[in-house]
Design a protein around this ligand. Structure first.
Ligand code: HPA
Length: 196
């Protein structure tokens, strides 16, 4: 099952709406969720167009997707130790090496947007432990994990922030870098599906 796009919190949807597709996928019996997004890189080793395999996340959304009465798919206080499946990360590394695709690892910070970050915000998020920042994914991953669905995620670094020289970001640049990186990303995901 594949989604064309997603619902973003910044568009005005509530967290229950943003994560509803995951609930539907769970009911249909999916076992692994592949997520992708565009993000701003704050790790100085990153370049525009890089693929970052998401190894963990930081949830900075102002509302939690599991707030309210607990769904019987999982516990009230779900463990989030391995939100992104270690075995799938290792498999992706192996595939990327074989196919000569440059992949980075990193922590994704989910924020509400819709503003891109100020230089000070990029610096702060990097100090907080994130390598990339974006406006999606974290709510869906939380709900998927609550449903015990395995997760694999890739973030395309579409712009850079937090360095000494402030760089402007536009939606067009983000889309261009994401489109350019997409074939490399789908190649890795297609191969994971084949092998697992
Ligand atoms: N910040 C937040 N969201 C984003 C960015 C960014 O720099 N790039 C793409 N999505």
């Amino acid at each position: 099952m594949a989604m064309e796009g997603r619902f973003h919190f910044y568009e005005g949807y509530g967290m229950k709406e943003v994560t509803f597709p995951i609930r539907v996928m769970y009911e249909l019996g999916i076992e692994t969720l592949f997520v992708s997004n565009a993000s701003g890189g704050m790790n100085p080793e990153f370049r525009i167009g890089d693929l970052m395999i998401i190894t963990d996340h930081i949830n900075m959304f102002p509302e939690h997707p599991l707030r309210g009465r607990n769904f019987p798919t999982g516990p009230r206080f779900p463990d989030m130790h391995e939100a992104y499946d270690h075995k799938l990360v290792a498999l992706a590394d192996e595939i990327a090496k074989e196919k000569n695709i440059r992949v980075m690892h990193g922590v994704y910070m989910g924020v509400q947007g819709p503003t891109f970050e100020t230089p000070a915000e990029y610096r702060m998020y990097h100090k907080m432990g994130a390598d990339a920042v974006g406006m999606s994914t974290v709510p869906e991953v939380i709900v998927a994990r609550h449903c015990n669905i395995k997760v694999f995620g890739i973030s395309v670094i579409t712009d850079l922030g937090g360095f000494d020289v402030p760089v402007k970001v536009s939606h067009e640049e983000v889309q261009e870098a994401a489109n350019a990186a997409q074939p490399r990303m789908t190649e890795i995901m297609r191969e994971i599906i084949k092998r697992s």
